[in-house]
Design a binder for this molecule. Structure first.
Ligand code: PLP
Length: 384
């Protein structure tokens, strides 16, 4: 069937609220207009509140990878050592970027979806002379969530800068940049913040900024040179390169929605949805991929039963029920599907997704008691 209204339940980009869509449909503004400049300034203020930091906010046109690259290009000079803590596809991306900018990446890989062993990490940090350490808040390839607060405690007494990728976390799971000793934190617009793709954000604390200011070599990326952007972020009337005016106002509206809901209430909603969805999966005998106790609240990653091909499941859910879910990537390709439940997702979306998952699995010959997954989810949702 050809649906005009589908449910986009992949782990980003996610569906956005009609309020955000209305803002995006407005006429294009000049980047020098009062309306845009004031909106940009408000968005940067809200960005700091959402990251829970007094650090410097940067908002750039581009996807999450641009913020990863900007972080490395600005912090790392030739020969600098960076510890890249990895447990999935996106964690592994950091090492490639570090090498591309002339640094040396020491990779500490715990295996895809597996929990980080904090003792091993501690020893590694004591042994090496690292300028920075990178880690994922949530690795979207596996649905694993890392203990960013506990890692921050370990890094507190070292001279290593703490870099966190929260592209799939901020807005959906607790992230307290300053309290957790994070020096640079990045995210994207298209996931738990509930805005379209195209804007990436990072916040840099005073310590990391001093290191950027005092570097001796030039930054190896002209567009991502944060010193060039700083003037714009301090005074959004200034020009360095044309901001994505419509998208900035789109994320501003999404930020206002986050503020109205309240960060803590939003984290609780994501937790509730995640618990309900995962209970539904378990009730229909689907195991999830990440280590127990380390599951993200922003997505679920069920392992495919042997008898079912993930591509058949995805295409049936889309063609018959209008629900779009994602495949695995890298090591998880063909083994799992990835289902996002973050940002502006509602209880209705969640139940419809679980129900269509059950029906599609039944069509594909997997035995299920119809409604068992939905029933398990309802039990949790009705208490929330
Ligand atoms: C955790 C994480 N980090 C980084 C990225 C890269 O972001 P982008 O695809 O927006 O460049 C993604 C994308 O899904 C992600 O999930």
């Amino acid at each position: 069937m050809n649906f005009e209204r589908e449910l986009l339940m992949i782990p980003g980009p996610t569906m956005v609220s009609p309020r955000v869509l209305r803002v995006l449909s407005k006429p294009i503004l000049s980047h020098g207009s009062k309306e845009f400049v004031e909106g940009f300034a408000e968005a940067l203020e809200l960005q700091k509140r959402i990251f829970m930091t007094e650090g410097i906010p940067f908002m750039l046109a581009g996807s999450g990878t641009l913020s990863m690259e900007a972080t490395v290009a600005n912090l790392v000079e030739k020969g600098d050592k960076v510890l890249c803590v990895e447990n999935g596809f996106f964690g592994e991306r950091w090492a490639d970027i570090v090498h591309a900018h002339g640094g040396f990446a020491d990779r500490l890989n715990f295996g895809w979806g597996r929990a980080i062993d904090l003792e091993i990490l501690k020893e590694k940090l004591e042994d090496g002379d690292y300028k920075a350490m990178t880690v994922e808040h949530v690795d979207t390839s596996t649905g694993v969530a890392n203990p960013i607060d506990k890692i921050g405690e370990i890094l507190k007494n070292t001279s290593t800068l703490y870099v966190v990728d929260s592209v799939c976390g901020i807005g959906g799971m607790p992230l307290k940049m300053d309290e957790w000793n994070i020096d640079v934190c990045i995210t994207g617009s298209q996931k738990a913040l509930g805005a379209p793709p195209g804007i990436t954000m990072l916040c840099v604390n005073e310590l990391a900024w001093r290191i950027i200011e005092n570097r001796t070599s030039i930054v190896s990326d002209y567009y991502a040179d944060l010193k060039k952007w700083r003037a714009v972020m301090d005074d959004p009337k200034r020009y360095f390169a044309t901001p994505a005016t419509g998208l900035v106002l789109g994320i501003l509206e999404a930020f206002r929605i986050v503020e109205e809901e309240g960060l803590e209430a939003r984290w609780r909603r994501h937790r509730l949805f995640s618990d309900a969805f995962k209970a539904g999966l378990s009730a229909i005998n689907l195991q999830t991929f990440p280590s127990k106790g380390f599951e993200a609240h922003t997505l679920s990653v069920p392992i495919m039963p042997n008898a079912v091909k993930d591509s058949d499941l995805r295409s049936m859910m889309q063609s018959k029920y209008g629900v779009i879910i994602a495949s695995g990537i890298g090591e998880t390709a063909g083994k799992v599907v990835r289902i996002g439940h973050m940002g502006s997702v509602t209880v209705n979306d969640l139940i419809a997704t679980l129900s269509s998952l059950e029906m599609a699995l039944m069509c594909l010959g997997f035995e299920i008691d119809p409604g068992k997954g939905v029933g398990a989810a309802e039990k949790i949702l009705s208490k929330g």
